[in-house]
Structures are given as C-alpha cells and as structure tokens.
Design a protein around this ligand. Structure first.
Ligand code: HEM
Length: 454
C-alpha cells in the first residue's frame, strides 16, 4: 500500500508509530516547548521526517517532509480538519471566523469574503499602503532610534483598518481594536498554553481576564459599527460594509457576533503576520550592504524618483526576493495544524484519528536538502533556477485553506519595503535576534536607528 492511500485502524498493513522523544512523564514535552519552542522543534527534527511527541496533553506528529505537507494541505485535504488544537484557540479568539469554521459554513464564508481580495480590490488598496508607509517614514527624525517591531505593528494595523474596514486608527475605536489584538496575541503565547494545560481550568489567568475585557469592548464596538453601516443610506465597498450588509442566498445576514468574529479573524490573521514579516525583512536588509546596494539599484531603475505603485509590483523582483527570503528564514506562522478524521498513514507511519499533525514551516524552510546554506540570508537564491518540491516553501499554507490575505500581504510587504527603502536606511541597534513563538514568530523588541537618505 502506498503512502498516499488512507487506511482504517483495522487494516493489518498499518505501519508503526513514528519515532520521537519520550518526554517527561505526564507533562510530556510541554515544558520543553514552553521554554524554547524553536529549540524543541530542532531536537524533534533529529528523529526523522515524521516524528511523534506528546505535549499539552495531546499526541502530536511533526512533519518535515514537503511531499507530506502537500498531501495534508492539498491532495488529501478532505481527510483532515483543523482539529482540536486549532479549534481550542479559535474558540478563544473567533469561533465563527473563517479561519476556524469547517465544512459548509466555512465554504459559504470563504466565498463571500473572497470578493474583498480579488486583484482589482487589492489594486485599490495599494495607494493607501504607500501613503501610510510614506507617512510613517516621514514622521521619523534623522538619527531617531525606533522599536521597529512595535512601530510596524501599529503600521500594519493602520493599513488593515483603513483599507479593509475604512476606519481611521487615531481615535478611541482604534485603541479598542488594538487592545483586543494585543490580548489575542498574549492569549496564544505557548507558555500560556503550557500553563493552561497544567493548571486546573478554574484558575483564572491574568491574561484571560484582560482578554475578556478587551473582547467585550471590541464586541460592543463592532455592534455599533454594524448598526451604523446597516443604517447608512449608501454602503461603502470596504470589507466591514460587505460583512454588515451581505445576504446569503437564503436571505439571511450575518449576526453582529459573526461579523465581530470575522473582523477579529482578519485583525488577528493579517496584522502581526505582516508586521513581523516586514520587521524581519528590514532587520536582515540592515545587516547586508550588498543586498542593500542591489535593492537601491532596482529602486532607482524601476522607480527613478517616485514612490511605487501597484503597476510596479511585477518589476520589483529583487524587492520580492528580499521579502521571500525573510519569510523563508522567519516564517510569521511557524507551523500549521491539522487532524486526520480517521486513522491514516503518512510517510509509512500510522497516524490515529485525533492526533494533531504539525506541519513544520520553520523546519522545512531551513532544511539543507532544499536550501543551500539554509541559515544564510541570500535573496539572490530566489532569482536562480533550483529544483525543489513546491512545499519546501509555504509561508501562506496551501490548498483550499491557504491564506485568504496572501495577495494583500505580498502587495503590502513589497510596496512598504520599497517605500521605506527609498527614503531611509536602518542601522541595527539591537545586535542580534532572539525570536519567540506566539501567534506569530515574534522578533521581540528590535531597536533600529533611522538614517534619512538625502
Ligand atoms: C505575511 C503575512 C501573512 C502570512 C505569513 C500569513 C499566513 C497564513 C497562513 C499560513 C494561513 C493558513 C493557516 C492554516 O492553513 O492553518 C493563513 C490563513 C489566513 N490568512 Fe493569512 N497570512 C498573512 C497575512 C494575512 C493578511 C494580511 C490577511 C487579511 C487581510 C490574512 C487573512 C487570512 C485568513 C482569513 C486566513 C484563513 C483562511 C481560511 O481558513 O480559509 N492573512 N494565513
């Protein structure tokens, strides 16, 4: 029987459980993950391409093989659902949001939401991205030291709220949104998850109380916004108006709670992800003068003396290579999670229903089998021909549930990087990176000195 066929638990040809670390009894690998998730992933990698371990009271199987990633996300995606690990987080964040629903409910939502991410819509957001980036860069003084991760996090939130929700960020409403996204980020900290899986569930955690307050305020705000949009004589074409006024084929509308969950989903999925990708890209660029010179050369040739527009995107090939290389080394989403609906074989191993399959984006992106000198920042590799499996690189996932904001994010990252680089250079003040894993791969506090270009 081949690896690509599913099997049932009674099938006598089933292979063995994948190899893996035994962990400390009861607590399993939970504490090791909480202390150092990326280090733990490296340790696990030594056992092979498919590795079993136990953590958070759950059986995990980590996958480091691009062919198996393709099977799980694309060719055998019907045999998997997001599963308990993701759903638990989804329930905390936005159980009705498109990133966490399943089956027909998910399909209906995805079809509706896709209309805000067509190439025409993405094009209409591009000028706003450039204007917002220019405002950011022009607001800095020459020589100023900025916390890049913090600043870019505010920046991508502004971009999202202006483009998708047609809200400006400078008022109390924006602060409510920002507090909620912060609360979501801290709720997903793996050390928080680890504590939660060890402590009894009746022990309230500080971040949970903050979270509940922040989410209650956000719910109230969204109900207000939905009511405003429904009462308006003319509806805008932003995502929030679409969500507030759209009708499903049976004539029903989304409840304010579902609209809230979609909005939270987009904030959660599209804010820190883009911010961390741009932060890592700027930091890597600041450390490599030859990459910087080549970027300057591209910007001078393509843009001469003006800001980029949507029409320039296809010519900004080296800018794109920098973004791709930054997301290869530091994928904002370090791993994807799925659960087989029934017992299945993957890579010749038996994976029981209920196991959490973890597709290791971080591990595969740094695997020497597919990437020469894998730890090096080398954007030119994206301009060279090299045969490698499609899922050796999957920062946006793949298959039917691939990132809905992928085109938006790629446009945003390229235009923002080009707009910043035209105006300034960064010097590293924080000398080295020590990223941690939260909702996204978090670079942490990262100070950079701004040098304005004359
Ligand atoms: C660099 C930036 C980004 C990265 C690396 C990223 C990555 C991802 C990944 C890996 C997934 C798939 C998760 C899975 O299969 O379990 C995903 C899903 C999703 N992303 Fe993104 N994302 C980014 C930006 C955005 C933006 C800007 C938006 C919205 C404006 C967005 C909206 C979504 C949504 C709604 C989903 C769920 C799709 C579904 O389940 O049907 N993302 N993203």
């Amino acid at each position: 029987m081949s690896d690509t066929e599913s099997t049932t638990a009674t099938d006598s040809t089933l292979e063995a459980k994948p190899p893996g670390p035994s962990g400390i009894p009861i607590v399993g690998s939970t504490l090791s993950i909480a202390r150092d998730p990326l280090g733990f992933a490296e340790t696990v990698r030594e056992y092979g391409d498919v590795v079993a371990y136990e953590a958070f009271g759950t059986e995990f199987v980590a996958v480091f093989d691009p062919e198996i990633v393709e099977q799980v996300l694309v060719s055998r995606s019907d045999a998997f659902h997001k599963g308990e690990f993701e759903t638990e987080f989804g329930e905390l964040v936005a159980s009705e949001g498109v990133a966490f629903t399943e089956g027909e409910r998910w399909r209906r939502q995805r079809t509706l939401l896709q209309t805000s991410f067509t190439p025409d819509r993405i094009q209409s957001y591009a000028d706003e991205v450039v204007a917002e980036t220019a405002r950011l860069a022009d607001g800095w003084a020459d020589g100023e030291v900025v916390d890049l991760r913090e600043t870019l996090s505010t920046f991508t939130l502004r971009v999202l709220t202006r483009t998708l929700f047609d809200l400006t960020i400078d008022d109390d409403r924006a602060e409510t949104v920002r507090r909620a996204t912060r609360a979501i980020s801290s709720s997903a900290d793996p050390s928080g998850f680890a504590l939660r899986s060890i402590l009894p569930s009746w022990v309230p955690m500080r971040s949970e109380r903050e979270y509940e307050r922040a989410m209650a305020d956000l719910s109230a705000l969204v109900s207000e916004l939905v009511a405003d949009r429904r009462a308006a004589s003319e509806t805008g074409d932003d995502l929030l108006s679409l969500l507030a006024t759209a009708e499903y084929p049976d004539g029903t509308r989304m409840s304010p709670e579902t609209v809230r969950d979609q909005l939270v989903t987009f904030l959660f999925a599209g804010h820190e992800t883009s911010a961390t990708a741009l932060t890592f890209a700027c930091w890597l660029l600041a450390g490599d003068s030859s990459v910087r010179s080549r970027l300057d050369c591209e910007l001078e040739t393509v843009l001469e003396d003006r800001d980029p527009t949507f029409a320039d995107l296809s010519d900004l090939t080296f800018t794109e290579a920098i973004v791709s290389e930054a997301m290869r080394l530091y994928p904002p989403v370090v791993g994807l999670y799925r659960e087989p609906l029934e017992t299945i074989t993957l890579g010749g191993y038996r994976i029981p229903a209920g196991t959490t399959v973890q597709l290791s984006t971080y591990g595969i992106h740094r695997d020497g089998q597919w990437w020469d000198d894998p730890e090096a920042f080398r954007p030119t590799r994206w301009l060279e021909e090299r045969d490698r499996p499609e899922y050796a690189y999957f920062p946006f996932g793949g298959g039917p549930r691939h990132c809905l904001g992928m085109r938006f994010a790629t446009m945003e990252l390229k235009l923002a990087l080009a707009t910043l680089a035209r105006r300034l250079e960064f010097d590293r003040v924080t000398a080295s990176l020590s990223p941690s894993v939260g909702v996204t791969l978090d670079p942490g506090r990262l100070e950079m000195r701004v040098r304005k270009r004359s």
